[in-house]
Design a protein around this ligand. Structure first.
Ligand code: G3P
Length: 220
């Protein structure tokens, strides 16, 4: 399973990249706004900076337009920024049309705002490279986001769809483990969820004891 980080914050992206396990980055308009990146030139420069940090890793950059022509125009501009840009397109009628068009042009896409298996089938038919079901936001409305990943994974494998399932809106280390078990190809999550995977009290207790015993052995 690939690990993407879900942020537009350059220092968090660098920290995750330094860990050596980062496969890519996802952004969205809310995450860009959080970094106070506004104006097309600044937005494009920021995407380029992210692409430079992750080198070969995929970087999802989202279109703002919601009409076919606008999505195509924006997507073409974004795709020109770097080879590792993936154009993020919302799950709407014109978005599906645009994903089909991008696929025919060899431009990779991430279909975002996915909340049902039906939407997942449509995105795969259109040729999306990645599909982003929002696990945490499904949980927020008391449905089961991980069950949705399981359902989509079963359908994709049965039907032989090539679209990769990118479990998004991941909120905790437990979500990462559950998404892996459910058959996600990729998880995208905050740095805190990735770092949370490190933690176990028995690791801390065990390491403390090993180091104490080592000190004792030095003292004879
Ligand atoms: O990038 C989309 C998704 O990961 C957003 O997550 O936590 O805002 O629901 P969240």
């Amino acid at each position: 399973m690939k690990f993407f980080i879900d942020t537009a914050n350059l220092s968090e992206i660098k920290e995750a990249q330094d860990l050596g396990i980062l496969d890519g980055v996802t952004t969205n308009p809310s995450l860009m706004a959080k970094e106070k990146i506004t104006g097309q030139a600044n937005v494009f420069a920021h995407y380029k900076a992210i692409c430079d940090i992750v080198e070969d890793g995929d970087v999802s950059a989202e279109v703002i337009s919601t009409d076919f022509e606008g999505i195509i125009k924006e997507g073409k501009e974004l795709a020109k920024l770097a080879d590792n840009i993936v154009v993020k397109v919302p799950m709407i009628k014109d978005g599906i049309k645009a994903i089909k068009w991008f696929d025919s042009e060899g431009i990779r896409t991430n279909c975002t705002l996915v909340f049902s298996a039906g939407q997942a089938i449509l995105a795969a038919k259109a040729g999306a490279t990645y599909l982003s079901p929002f696990v945490g936001r499904v949980d927020d409305v008391t449905w089961d986001g991980i069950k949705l990943i399981e359902e989509i994974a079963a359908i994709y494998s049965m039907q032989g769809y090539m679209t990769e399932i990118l479990a998004a809106s991941i909120r905790s280390p437990l979500h990462i483990v559950q998404a892996a078990k459910a058959g996600a190809d990729v998880v995208t999550c905050p740095l805190s969820s990735i770092m949370g995977l490190l933690n176990h009290p028995l690791t801390d207790i065990g390491l403390k004891k090993f180091l104490e015993d080592h000190q004792k052995s030095l003292q004879g």
